[in-house]
Design a protein around this ligand. Structure first.
Ligand code: FEO
Length: 406
């Protein structure tokens, strides 16, 4: 019977059977303005195998795509590379419907599935490096602990030379195109960077090791098939190389100015800080009012930055709420190797700037200029101190970038 959703063959024997989420705009704190996909893959070998599942509300879409190729009850093995709910949310229902001989997950994956679902039948733990024959092809499991959950692993399918990389090298991008080479490169770059900055950044040291490990294994890889976004079948090292570069967190000459404003005084200060940054040698300055930018966009811009300058008015004796929100989020992402400074306006109590200084210290951002805290509306002299602050930050940023080059 015709199905509402079809599978998409990615090789003669492997099919994409995932789901497209056109409408999602928020993914645990991360703005997903281009939607996302939850990718699952069907391997039509002697042992029919499903690699990952999808978020619970998308179960019917995945099952429809599977049915367009095979009777789901023919699935013998389900591989669960990652237990987060966007990939295993419908696993218990799928196991119930399909009754596979086994569900394979890492040791931590087995524990995580138990902790989430309290009883999924047939879950078996596999070892790092273990290989399971599916018939003509073999599945080899590669643990990638804390990239980005303790359970995370990837599966390499020999015979087809596909790396099913779960969240690895993925991006939140909904599209009818299934392959990266069918999509504009600038959009791919932006979404890959945003995903790295918002999900992987705190684990950059482990990313460096994992990328080196993959290179050492020297697996022949014709395709990288992640669990979000498009599949790489040309230039498969593109995303791997970018991850390796981002994980290094090299100092750069780009500055990010983040602020919010009540009566446009902190806004006026931000504009002049940006002028000072340019004067001091910044190659580019991204000015991000938090009324217009989401915290996850700030995280993305910081990925390739060398400086963070933060401004906040004082509201009710503390930070403006959007600024506190953004800093809380950035602290968790643990961006290293930044210089920065703080500024803000106030009426009768200038506590916000002192709090910003505390935040920068907590975040490990080296303060390289005295803070600027101005009352009510900044005058010419006040704006000159903002320009000076910007210049000092840029000079320190450039010095770091130069020192790193030598
Ligand atoms: Fe796409 Fe970590 O889940």
């Amino acid at each position: 019977m015709a199905q509402p959703f079809d599978a998409v063959p990615i090789t003669d024997r492997v099919h994409w059977v995932g789901a497209i989420d056109w409408i999602i705009t928020e993914f645990h704190g991360y703005a997903t303005s281009r939607g996302t996909t939850y990718n699952a893959y069907l391997v039509m070998d002697e042992k029919v195998t499903l690699v990952d599942t999808v978020k619970a509300p998308f179960r019917d879409e995945m099952m429809s795509r599977i049915r367009s190729v095979v009777d789901p009850s023919d699935i013998e093995i389900i591989i669960s590379n990652h237990s987060e709910m966007d990939h295993s949310g419908c696993l218990p229902e799928v196991v119930e419907a399909v009754r596979p001989a086994k569900v394979l997950a890492s040791k931590n994956g087995k524990k995580a599935l138990e902790a989430h679902f309290h009883g999924v039948a047939g879950v078996e733990a596999v070892e790092d490096g273990q290989t399971v024959s599916l018939g003509d092809t073999d599945a080899t499991f590669v643990e990638t602990r804390m990239l980005h959950w303790p359970d995370s692993m990837m599966t390499y399918l020999s015979g087809e030379e596909i790396l099913f990389s779960q969240d690895g090298f993925g991006m939140h991008l909904a599209s009818t195109e299934r392959f990266a080479d069918q999509l504009p490169r600038d959009i791919l770059y932006a979404e890959l960077a945003k995903y790295y900055a918002n999900i992987l950044l705190p684990f950059s040291k482990l990313v460096t090791k994992a990328v080196a490990g993959l290179r050492e294994m020297a697996l022949p890889i014709k395709m990288i098939a992640p669990d979000h976004g498009p599949i790489y079948r040309e230039n498969v090292s593109w995303a791997v190389d970018l991850w390796g570069r981002w994980a290094d967190l090299k100092p750069t000459r780009k500055a990010v100015v983040v602020f919010d404003t009540m009566w446009q005084s902190t806004e006026a200060m931000a504009g002049v800080v940006a002028e000072g940054l340019l004067e001091g040698g910044a190659d580019s300055v991204k000015v991000m009012p938090l009324s217009a930018w989401h915290r996850s966009d700030v995280a993305m811009e910081l990925l390739e930055a060398g400086a963070l300058v933060v401004g906040s008015p004082t509201l009710n004796n503390t930070l403006f709420p959007t600024v506190a929100d953004c800093l809380t989020y950035l602290k968790g992402l643990d961006r290293k190797n930044l210089v920065g400074a703080a500024f803000g306006s106030y009426g009768w109590n200038g506590k916000a700037v002192g709090e910003l200084e505390g935040w920068l210290e907590t975040m490990g951002v080296e303060r390289v200029a005295d803070s600027v805290s101005l009352t009510y509306v900044p005058d010419t002299d006040g704006l000159a101190t903002c320009r000076h602050l910007g210049r000092q930050v840029a000079e320190a940023m450039v010095e770091r970038a130069e020192a790193d080059r030598t």
